[in-house]
Design a binder for this molecule. Structure first.
Ligand code: IPE
Ligand code: IPE
Ligand code: MG
Length: 241
């Protein structure tokens, strides 16, 4: 699989419920099938030496607003994933990390997450970021609060707040900007994902639901990225004459 210079892929894994609905199955069946896509996409990206892969697994809005039965099932799946995938993560040299308001998740999930993070901490291949109870606005407002605390404590000057400095207060200061933002299930919205980091991301939307997004589809998204002409507000060489 060729990366075409992509350093950071972020995926809004949407459409598990619809995938199940189309088959006359319960939404939970779709979430279960979605885990197989996660495993395949993670493995392929790791083998291709992608530096960063961020997966939107649960938004703050999902956690807050979905029926408790669905949220509870997602927590069971997540906990199982964090345990079962350890050998695969180790085999593929993947470092697993997380972003979001993790402390608000059930204690048992947090414990397995911390164990998997600790186990994989020294892996130096791909970094896999799970966004859990994550919201982009929440991330930026959490950063603003921590900066304010440091200003009050006299640790930083308010005059030193700029984009680079704010970036250091985000959940993972080492996370690079997103190059390619993928959304499945045909929606054309960002749903509060990595708002700071996607400012110049190329967007790829596919009508396929997440359980149907596998190796050929990630390859297709990367090929589509290769055809994009990124300008970052500037001009292409041929436009300057
Ligand atoms: C995405 O699938 C997974 C999560 C949000 C956890 P959905 O559950 O949003 O599936 P649809 O959008 O209802 O089909
Ligand atoms: C975004 O999907 C969140 C995740 C994929 C985890 P949603 O299904 O929650 O997004 P909306 O509600 O359609 O915008
Ligand atoms: Mg959805």
């Amino acid at each position: 699989m060729e990366l075409f210079g992509v350093r950071h892929v972020a995926v809004i894994m949407d459409g598990n419920g619809r995938w199940a609905g189309e088959r006359g199955e319960a939404r939970t069946r779709g979430h279960r099938a979605g885990v197989d896509s996660v495993r395949e996409v993670v493995t392929e990206c790791a083998r291709a030496d992608l530096p960063w892969l961020s997966l939107y697994a649960l938004s703050t809005e999902n956690y807050r607003s979905r029926p408790w039965t669905e949220v509870r099932y997602l927590m069971v799946l997540l906990k199982r994933f964090l345990v079962d995938e350890r050998p695969t993560l180790m085999e593929n040299n993947v470092r697993l990390t997380s972003v979001g308001r993790i402390a608000e998740l059930p204690a048992k999930v947090v414990a397995e997450l911390r164990r998997t993070e600790a186990l994989t901490a020294n892996n130096n291949g791909m970094t896999l970021v799970l966004a859990l109870n994550y919201g982009g606005r929440g991330e930026i407002s959490d950063a603003a609060r921590r900066i304010a605390d440091d200003v009050v404590a006299g640790l930083v000057e308010s005059s030193s707040i700029d984009e680079a400095m704010l970036g250091k207060y985000l959940y993972d200061p080492a996370m690079p900007d997103v190059d390619l933002l993928i959304r499945t299930a045909g929606e054309l919205r960002v749903s509060n994902f990595l708002l700071w980091q996607i400012s110049y991301a190329e967007i790829f939307s596919t009508p396929l639901c997440w359980p149907d997004f596998r190796k050929p589809q990630i390859e297709e998204a990367l090929r589509a990225f290769a055809l994009r002409r990124r300008k970052f507000g500037g001009l292409l060489a041929k436009e300057t004459t």
